[in-house]
Design a protein around this ligand. Structure first.
Ligand SMILES: [Zn+2]
Ligand SMILES: [Zn+2]
Length: 334
């Protein structure tokens, strides 16, 4: 028997167990599955889905693997013209209302939560998105550029609307730090303030490794763990750390001190040429200098500030005998 004949015989068998109504429905009188009432038929020792089979026979060009109920809302109707071929899109709110309560603040956690403190993601309208973001969008709250969502419950998987607040990046980071959330390696990159070593130090370590310097030496130089060093190439890739170029920089400080008797003393200090490294990552370009305050590759602004403070202290000591002293300090680098 060829497939055409089999189809015909199935169709005949199905239609025998149906009556048509005036509205065009094909009401199934045969066996149904207990619970959801799906129309089923035993055919040659196999169980077949009546609605699906009938649909595929009637519309062979639109063969479906599954069908999703019918448009007439009659649970017993199996008419192919009433069958819904496409999976209906669940409204976003319905997906977000599928949660389990968690913790003392009654957080909304996904039902299939895997125990990790990670943001929950849902699939909606062909896109994978964060559940907490979707929750805000669903509530009509807009997130503009530069704004971030803060979890006031500090639980990342939570997507309860009452636990979410739209804040600026600075505010979000400040809160995270005050709650001690920035100590781990979860947030990556130098800008997030969690990393033990900066981009220039990473570049430096990479160069040292390439020159065959032992891991032990690099570890003791930067005070980092073995795994952090092993992860280096991967995190470089993630954060797109790029060495731009090396230069040298000279930082100057000019202090004008009034000795109080109408006389002025002017003095200029200079660091001398310091090695400078320019490194780029996803947050932009940054400059680092070497050995200004005894550190290995510190950000220029940071090192500069430390040095200026030191000079300032020295000058204050030196001119301490002048009671009405005033000091003006000018700094620049080239
Ligand atoms: Zn119908
Ligand atoms: Zn929560």
């Amino acid at each position: 028997m060829n497939s055409q004949l089999i189809e015909n015989s199935i169709e005949v068998k199905i239609l025998k167990l149906c009556n048509t109504t005036t509205t065009g429905c094909l009401v199934w009188n045969g066996h149904v599955r207990k619970g959801d009432g799906t129309a089923l038929l035993k055919y040659k020792r196999k169980q077949i889905y009546v609605r699906l089979t009938l649909f595929n026979i009637r519309f062979p060009g639109f063969k479906a693997k599954r069908v999703y109920g019918n448009t007439c809302k009659n649970p017993k109707c199996v008419a192919p013209e009433h069958t819904i071929r496409k999976k209906p899109v669940k409204p976003l709110s319905e997906k977000l209302d599928n949660y389990q309560l968690y913790g003392p603040m009654d957080c909304h956690f996904p039902k299939n939560w895997n125990g990790k403190n990670k943001y929950h993601k849902i699939f909606h309208e062909g896109k994978r998105r964060y559940a907490h973001q979707a929750r805000l969008i669903d509530a009509g709250i807009e997130i503009t550029k530069g704004q971030e969502i803060d979890h006031i419950c500090a639980n990342k998987p939570c997507f309860r609307l009452e636990h979410l607040e739209v804040v600026t990046h600075q505010e979000n980071m400040r809160r995270a730090k005050s709650m001690g959330l920035c100590t781990g390696s979860k947030t990556s990159g130098e800008k997030h303030g969690s990393t033990k070593w900066n981009n220039a130090q990473k570049v430096d370590a990479r160069v040292l490794r390439a020159h065959g310097v032992p891991i032990r030496t690099i570890r003791s130089k930067y005070g980092i763990s073995r795994s952090a060093l092993q992860k280096l190439s991967r995190s470089d890739f993630e954060n797109a750390i790029k060495f731009v170029r090396a230069k040298s920089v000279n930082i100057f400080l000019q202090a004008t001190v009034s000795t109080g008797k109408g006389t002025w003393v002017e003095e200029t200090f200079s660091t001398g040429a310091l090695p400078l490294m320019i490194v780029k990552d996803k947050n932009g370009i940054r400059r680092y200098v070497k050995n200004l305050a005894g550190h290995h590759w510190k950000p220029l602004e940071e090192s500069k500030l430390e040095w200026i403070k030191k000079i300032h202290k020295e000058l204050k000591n030196r001119f301490s005998e002048h009671s009405e002293k005033t000091m003006e300090v000018k700094t620049w680098y080239s």
